[in-house]
Design a protein around this ligand. Structure first.
Ligand code: AMP
Ligand code: GLY
Length: 423
């Protein structure tokens, strides 16, 4: 098969690594890719939202399936752009339709979906600027802290959690007035849930589903989960509190109603569902849906999938996922993200990297790198994910930390406490 994978982060490097292990793959292309995907696939200089260029490339290179890494092309309707075009509607896209992608693209849509299908989630109401008084009185009914969410995509910055009621009202007014552009013209206000979070990944063909290894990510820049939010500083799989009893509840109360709900609502969905969960007194509740794999969770989760991922994709493409087996590696898999000093604030790029070849007992997934001649340069805030296996969480982490030291670039930073809150 010829596969085109869209994206350029650590998630896509990990997906490419896993896809490449399949004997079914003839050519793997990554658009636009990075210096890591360049080592195992052919990078193609096409933007992930340039649908006409993606179409042309797919036709010229006899692409058999398009795998979508990030949410943006999905929310912009890449699935529909293939299915509605006679010249390319024979090429399956792994990902939801544009309607399905609203589970991530609109928080109000996602909340309505959960309420409609009885999926446990925080109590909420949505408001626009002409409902400011109602919104203030709803805030008054809730207890601090107050959770305000821009309805649309806001580059991961659209959620505010505020302790003081007056400040929450001020921020709400700013949001509705366009603080995040059109993304916050509607704001979801919801009850604060207190608990520990994890990420559950589901692959579905729209009918049956497979639950992939569960993971926990670490979003804050500082140790002990302090400081600013980032794109993700590390991840661990499996997650100690997401045991069999918990996961049974997740499957029965959340995964099945989600897949069935999509069917009932006639929403076409053949791809990954990422369910952001919080455990509240032993019970799982949904914080959010994403319509893709997580980053950096994928850099751990892919290590634990023993089965051929491309065979699972074939199951999605042909509606035969239920006939496929998903074998999971029992070992721990962890990833530790090396980032540029200053990130998530201002940071410098184009730092020369060294030591990459000296790492043999971890897997390096490039997140923000580029090639310049035969040199690898930093090209982003998150630079490289150091992923390792281990019989225990600590053994896997020890390998990643050891190898984090071997990879060098000016002002490198990483968290040394990934997994600190798990058994
Ligand atoms: P989201 O963009 O929806 O993932 O929200 C970002 C983060 O805000 C989540 O990962 C949670 O840590 C936190 N969060 C979102 N909603 C709630 C909530 N209702 N209660 C507590 N924390 C929340
Ligand atoms: N790790 C969280 C995300 O990918 O959105």
């Amino acid at each position: 098969m010829n596969i085109l994978l869209l994206g350029s982060g650590g998630r896509e490097n990990a997906l490419a690594w896993k896809i490449k292990q399949s004997s079914k793959v003839q050519n793997l292309y990554v658009a636009p890719g990075n210096a890591g995907t360049h080592l195992i696939a052919r990078n193609v200089d096409i933007s992930i939202t340039d649908f006409p260029a993606i179409k042309q490339f797919a036709l010229e290179n006899k692409i058999d399936v398009v795998v979508v890494g990030p949410e943006e092309p999905l929310v912009k309707g890449i699935y529909d752009s293939f299915i509605n075009d006679q010249e390319i509607n024979h090429i399956p896209v792994i990902g939801p339709s544009q309607e399905g992608a609203k589970l991530e693209g609109s928080k109000d849509f996602a909340k309505q979906f959960m309420i409609r299908h009885n999926i446990p989630t925080a109590r909420y109401k949505s408001f626009t600027i002409d409902q400011l008084d109602e919104a203030y009185s709803f805030l008054g009914e809730l207890e601090a802290p107050y959770v305000l969410k821009a309805d649309g995509l806001a580059a991961g910055k659209g959620v505010l959690i505020i302790n003081d009621l007056d400040e929450a009202k001020r921020e709400l007014k700013e949001m509705l007035g366009g603080m995040f552009g059109d993304a916050s013209r509607t704001v979801v206000i919801e009850e604060f849930l207190s608990g520990i979070e994890c990420s559950v990944f589901v692959l579905t063909d729209g009918d049956s589903y497979k639950i992939l290894p569960v993971a926990k990510d670490y979003k804050r820049i500082g140790e002990g989960d302090t400081g600013l939010n980032t794109g993700g500083m590390g991840a661990i799989s499996p997650v100690s509190f997401a045991d069999e009893t918990f996961m049974k509840k997740v499957e029965e109360r959340i995964v099945i109603p989600t897949v069935e709900g999509l069917k009932k609502d006639n929403i076409v969905y053949k791809g990954f569902i990422f369910i952001g969960l919080i455990e509240v007194k032993g019970e799982p509740m949904v914080i959010e849906y994403n319509v893709r794999m997580g980053d950096p969770e994928t850099e751990a989760v892919m290590l634990r999938i023993k089965s051929d991922l491309v065979s699972l994709f074939e199951g999605v493409m042909t509606g035969t996922l239920q006939d496929k087996t998903l074998e999971i590696d029992d070992r721990y898999a962890v990833t530790v993200m090396l980032v540029s000093g200053g990130y998530p604030g201002d940071y410098e790029k184009n730092k020369e990297m060294s030591g990459l070849d000296s790492v043999t007992d971890s897997i390096l997934f490039h997140a923000g790198t580029k090639l310049s001649g035969d040199k690898v340069l930093t090209n982003g805030g998150r630079v490289i994910a150091v992923s390792s296996y281990g019989e225990t969480k600590d053994a896997a982490l020890a390998l990643s930390f050891k190898n984090a030291e071997k990879v060098s670039f000016d002002k490198k930073y990483y968290r040394k406490d990934i997994g600190f809150d798990l058994k």
